[in-house]
Ligand binder design. Structure first.
Ligand code: FAD
Ligand code: MLT
Ligand code: ZN
Length: 471
């Protein structure tokens, strides 16, 4: 049967786009973290919506599971195959056309494999802004962003990917194509079908194209790296910046000392922007607009200093200095990866409870694994912390083993306390295969039943990305 399917796929796509050699498939079967890998029957690289439909229909007839893949930068092992060797990885990497751009309507129509940075560049070339921004934007694709409902550093002002999407084109699990590629701002003609596929992590179909929203550019920025003593001060400062800057507040990110130390160690040329500061936390705050924004930022920080919320602030005086500050924030994931074993937790808390939560969970984790390094950073303006753990620094060099041995206990402690605070165990990365089971255990039976009903209605054979999102 698998030989017949491979033959059919080669006929549909051409032999060169059906990869089976070990060296050709290697990059597609291991995730970005390097911690999760599998085997694939084949990796297929269709070049059009029709070819995606042919592949999906052929796999549907053969009863073979499909794992859609974009840039393979996902952090929850949802885009790589399992170990069976029976799944087909469907890469959208050749579908990179920008089909249309309409600056007046504020829309861009792109194929799923377009890299996020290329969408940003196309928008800028048309005098518009596509605001979504992630550390992985040089490799992640718009199809992957939609499928994970990605967040990033612009959510505070522009929302998650879902809020930026107006229409989709999707190949359904039986190979039919749903053309919902409309750029309408208003369309109340029934269920919002696009929202079913956004954040579905490839479990309900393959997104092949999308209409995304564009905004007026905001070329003038005011950016500062602000040292604060604790998370409570960071949250209070957020309120002050909101009061002074209003809708100009674009980014509000937090970084703790352990995260900054990792970047200073591993990012070539990185320098501490506030070398004299003794604070354990820093905030990267940015205002964006069309006229000078230094005054509201300085006013907010001045008031914060008077209230004892801020120890020190380094302003970016040029675009080069701004890039240097941003590199410290965006370099954390890579720096932590260089150090080996990492336990990633991507949690959201109601923002009012965030400081109390961090204070409560820290001693609990310390008691489970003394010396564990809490590498905490993220989109604090959205209540979203990347609460990533690195191994204790130990003389014998077996800190990584100790971290992995305690992983279950550490993660359960974090998730239990997040659930108790009515937060979420996945703010923006999705569930993939690493969090699907845990998520089910924190959801009500009604919620699990609703999700299962949608999956069974659209994919009754269970061939779309099995094991991801739904355990
Ligand atoms: P992949 O990793 O290829 O796939 C992700 C999931 O989507 C898989 O389940 C896959 O099956 C499915 N999928 C992919 N394409 C399609 C498609 N066309 N149709 C249907 N299903 C599909 N994420 C954030 O949210 N915010 C961040 O700030 C952020 N920062 C990051 C920084 C770094 C350094 C890295 C490595 C990752 C970061 N991520 C972040 C995670 C990741 O980049 C996002 O989840 C991104 O949206 C994944 O896009 P991708 O194209 O790489 O998707
Ligand atoms: C980020 O915001 O840098 C990533 O989403 C966090 C991570 O890699 O864990
Ligand atoms: Zn993030």
């Amino acid at each position: 049967m698998s030989d017949d399917l491979l033959q059919r796929l080669r006929e549909a796509l051409g032999t060169q786009h059906v990869l089976t050699d070990e060296s050709d498939v290697a990059a597609y079967i291991v995730d970005w973290t390097g911690a999760h890998s599998g085997r694939a029957l084949a990796v297929v690289r269709p070049g059009s919506t029709e070819e995606v439909a042919d592949v999906v229909a052929a796999c549907h007839r053969a009863g073979v599971a499909i794992v859609p893949q974009g840039g393979n930068t996902g952090l929850v092992a949802g885009g790589v195959p399992d170990g069976s060797g029976n799944q087909v990885v469907l890469s959208l990497g050749r579908m990179r056309a920008i089909r249309d751009i309409d600056p007046v309507a504020g829309t861009i129509t792109v194929e799923a494999g377009v890299v996020l940075a290329d969408v940003q560049a196309a928008a800028a070339a048309a005098g518009r802004l596509f605001p979504m921004s992630l550390g992985s934007e040089g490799s992640c694709t718009i199809g992957g962003n939609l499928s994970t409902n990605a967040g990033g550093t612009a959510v505070l002002r522009y929302g998650m990917t879902r809020e930026l999407a107006l229409g989709l084109e999707v190949v359904l699990p039986d190979g039919r194509v749903w053309d919902g590629l409309r750029g309408l701002r208003k369309d109340n003609t029934g269920y919002s079908l696009k929202d079913v596929f956004i954040g579905a992590e490839g479990t309900l179909g393959v997104i092949t194209a999308a209409v995304m929203r564009l905004f007026p550019p905001t070329p003038v920025r005011a950016t500062a790296w602000v040292s604060v003593p604790d998370t409570a001060s960071a949250v209070t400062l957020l309120g002050l910046v909101q009061a002074h800057a209003g809708a100009h507040l674009a980014t509000y990110e937090i970084v703790n000392r352990a995260a900054l130390d990792l970047v200073l160690t591993h990012l070539p040329g990185a320098r501490d922007p506030a070398p004299g500061a003794t604070s354990d936390w820093a905030v990267l705050v940015e205002l964006a607009g069309t006229s000078d924004l230094d005054a509201p930022l300085e006013a907010a920080l001045g008031e914060a200093v008077e209230q004892g919320l801020v120890e020190d602030a380094a302003f970016a005086g040029s675009s080069a200095q701004r890039s240097t500050l941003w590199a410290l924030r965006e370099g954390i994931s890579e720096a932590q990866k260089v150090e080996g074993a990492t336990l990633k937790h991507d949690v959201t808390l109601p923002i009012a409870d965030l400081a109390l939560w961090t204070d409560r969970i820290t001693p609990i984790l310390e008691s489970i694994l003394p010396g564990v390094r809490l590498v905490t950073y993220g989109h604090v303006g959205d209540g979203n912390l990347h609460f990533n753990l690195s191994p204790p620094v130990v003389d014998g060099g077996n800190g990584g083993d100790a971290l992995l041995a305690a992983a279950g206990e550490l993660t359960s402690a974090i998730y239990d306390s997040v659930a108790a605070a009515r937060g979420s165990i996945s703010a923006e990365h999705g569930l993939g295969s690493t969090k699907a089971a845990a998520a089910a255990s924190y959801k009500s039976q009604v919620e699990v039943d609703l999700m299962r009903a949608i999956k069974d209605a659209l994919d009754p054979q269970g061939l779309m990305n099995p094991g991801t999102l739904l355990a």
